[in-house]
Ligand binder design. Sequence first.
Ligand code: CMC
Length: 432
Amino acid sequence: MTNSQETLTVRDNRTGEEYELPITDGTISAKDLSRIGTGEENPGVAVYDPGFTNTASCRSAVTFIDGDKGILEYRGYPIEQLAENSTFLEVAYLLIYGELPTEEQHEKWVHEITFHTFVHENLRSLMQGFRYDAHPMGMLMSSVGALSTFYPEARNIADEDIRHDQIVRMIAKMPTLGAWAFRHGQGKPYVYPDNELSYTENFLSMLFKMSEQKYNADPRLVKALEVLFILHADHEQNCSTNAVRSVGSSQVDPYSSVSAGIAALYGPLHGGANEAVLKMLRRIGTKDKIPAFIEGVKAGNEKLMGFGHRVYKNFDPRATIIKKACDDVFEVTGVSPLLEIAQELEAIALADDYFISRKLYPNVDFYSGLIYEALKFPPEMFTVLFAIPRTAGWLAQWRELVDDKDQKIARPKQIYTGDRQLTFVPASERWK
Ligand code: CMC
């Protein structure tokens, strides 16, 4: 047995035996704990950690977060610098391939993405089959899942060239599918991609173009959307990324894995929070109702949506950048009346001991909903606007997973709490 300082000594008081477990990168291997057993009845200690609050599921070199210091870095580059000086497609390349692209790589990458924005016409028919009031996120989730049937070679996940093709396709087609899901709800014709436009300009064109020859988006809005896309591109092992990795660990194709990520992002505690923020602000309605609302939150009646984070316990660096983007967007669109309520709510909460003692601060969703609303998106579109850029992060994490020799099919343990060894009585006897 090794005896160094980088170990943890565990004494099993049931047997008096001591075990020395190596500490690597601040973690012990859960597998090592399985050696601590007392025999057949107690085969080995396991870790009980619902929600993975203190469990590392992988080694990753994609995104670094220091929640206490409010640091977020993609491949080592601070988010503030990327948001200020980069583009979404360059950031996507960085996340997926680990390095900033050379000029040549960048040109090829942008060209490839731009020329894969069209989708098969049958997929268009599939989307048109949804009900008139279908939630766009449900449409996105299903159509991304359906893409796997259009590219059956995608299941060959060990082939780097095939993997690259699917990565390009997914990043390229996501805005098309997202925009069509939006147009569907509006009863408007789907707009085909315009390959002369940039990634975000093209997305805005597919969303809002009507009869004009060419859609010209306001450059300030294009820039704001670009920043929002960069901020949302990855966030290490969050719920949806964990879903992508967990499903991907079965070695299924990446469309199916990303579709699982979209499903996870759909939920109100994850990507759906900004929609919930907007609903909350509307419900509060006027500033004088804020104190009563805060009292309700403190009494446990509900949560202050857009506040709190599993990782950030000081501030969310994305929230700081997004506040600035908010100003830029409102310069074009005019100020939302809900902004005042949001600002007052934030000020009151940040001065209140309930929120201070629990380290609850505004997260990225507190202001993003206001921007999306100013851009004329209905709340159901907010998670779609999150899913499009997050696809880059999901794919970066998926690619890393596929190449990681430590990874196995995800299969957590359980603590069984149900009955045992009951005797089955057939229905014909039970219902007599
Ligand atoms: N409002 C009021 N109380 C809260 C809130 C909130 N938004 N968030 C956490 N708390 C309280 C919680 O009740 C608990 O109190 P106590 O210790 O008295 O039981 C304490 O703070 C710790 O909270 P937790 O639920 O253990 O924290 P968590 O890490 O499990 O949850 C969270 C993180 C983001 C799910 C949670 O803060 C939350 O539900 N926030 C509102 C939803 C939201 O804004 N989600 C967006 C997250 S950011 C986008 C993303 O990255 O996905």
